[in-house]
Write a protein that binds this ligand. Structure first.
Ligand code: UDP
Length: 367
């Protein structure tokens, strides 16, 4: 079976790493049909520490097609990707096309494939924030509605797809496979020890680890200033480490925010192994990332989600994630409440057992 995998953004490399590894293991086992994977990298994330480092550290096969499309608005980026991915698919003629998550790359890949009558498999199907102002929400809804295989990380995601009536469509396969990010962290955590020791130097354990990058924050100057005022305040009582996404760095430059001399240690985006080590030594995670909310849980840390809502509601229900919105007082209270919270990752198995990638392959092979 020939499969084209389409990736382009950091979280997609991390998810695809698990499935690519499972494909290699499947082919080595000589059981069932062999899978030939062709990787397309759209270029949406292109800096060395937003892209190349993940391919290198996580042993993802080098892209067969690198499209280098980045730095454009949503329409131009998605449009150019659609055109280029269509050419690749016409050349490769795969049996199916695999897309991940909810970026412009996901949507362009799915659209290009279905228009050529190639079936699409969507990893991380069924996630919903119910906030249509988020570009990611539009991307994931449209992708789910054109895909054939909807590979869900949680039972909640399956329910969302049923609520939208997708189970009634002939030929549709909706399956709870578990979360490939859990597969990834289980595989890499033992190799991550002390990988970020140089970044942690001088801050001690129990620091606050913060990543923020969503457009709903970075595109709103007043909100951005308000949130960073709270972060600077929090960083005055306990050190805070912040691997800064390029989009957020640009936005902070735009509003002229200065963190020099504060307890906020801003660093460049880190590789996956460094991130796992940073999580391991943190006292609490403050984020608007989807992936990091779960990784905080997998690494036994409490999480504060600086957004109006989350797709990963289960973690809120079991009390290890608080969603604060953007109000300064609420963020402050949540960080204090979640600091050093004992979190037992084995208390909840909704993300599966680290075998989501194998389950995905079995589903695609019809086994
Ligand atoms: N991540 C990383 N280095 C960083 C920041 C994040 O390796 O400096 C990883 C993080 O551990 C998670 C993924 O990137 O696995 C999340 O990506 P991101 O927050 O960009 O996207 P989202 O999960 O919100 O889609």
């Amino acid at each position: 079976m020939k499969m084209v995998t389409i990736v382009g953004a950091r979280p997609q490399f991390i998810k695809a790493a698990a499935v690519s590894r499972a494909i290699v293991a499947h082919n080595r086992s000589h059981s069932g049909r062999a899978i030939r994977e062709v990787i397309v990298h759209s270029g949406q994330h292109h800096d060395v520490n937003m892209s190349e480092i993940f391919f290198r550290e996580m042993e993802i096969p080098a892209p067969d097609h690198a499209l280098s499309i980045h730095g454009l608005g949503h329409g131009a980026m998605t449009g150019r990707m659609l055109e280029r991915i269509e050419s690749v698919l016409l050349e490769e003629r795969p049996d199916l096309v695999l897309v991940y998550g909810d970026t412009n790359t996901t949507l362009a890949g799915a659209l290009a494939a279905v228009k050529l009558h190639l079936p699409v498999a969507h990893v991380e199907a069924g996630l919903r924030s119910f906030n249509r102002m988020m570009p990611e929400e539009i991307n994931r809804i449209l992708t789910d509605h054109v895909a054939t295989w909807l590979l869900c990380p949680t039972p909640t995601a399956v329910r969302h797809l049923h609520d939208e009536g997708l189970h009634l469509r002939a030929g549709m396969v909706i399956r709870h496979c578990g979360d490939v990010m859990f597969d990834t962290i289980r595989h890499f955590a033992p190799h991550a020890r002390d990988r970020a020791a140089h970044l942690r130097q001088g801050v001690g354990d129990g620091y606050r680890l913060c990543t923020l990058h969503r457009a709903e924050l970075t595109d709103n100057d007043e909100r951005l200033r308000q949130v960073f005022d709270v972060l600077l305040d929090l960083a005055s009582s306990r050190p805070m480490l912040m691997p800064l996404h390029p989009r957020t760095r640009n936005a902070l430059q735009r509003i002229g925010l200065n963190w020099e001399g504060s307890g906020l240690r801003v660093i460049e985006p880190v590789g996956y192994l460094e991130m796992i080590d940073l999580l391991d030594h943190a006292g609490v995670v403050i984020t608007d990332s989807g992936g990091l909310q779960k990784e905080a849980f997998f690494m036994g840390k409490g999480c504060v989600t600086v957004r109006a809502e989350t797709e990963w509601t289960e973690l809120v229900e079991i009390g290890c994630n608080q969603v604060t919105g953007f109000d300064a007082h609420t963020i402050c209270q949540a960080v204090v409440a979640m600091q050093d919270l004992p979190v037992d990752p084995s208390s909840c198995d909704i993300y599966g057992h680290g075998d989501a990638s194998e389950r995905i392959l079995k589903t695609l092979l019809g086994e």
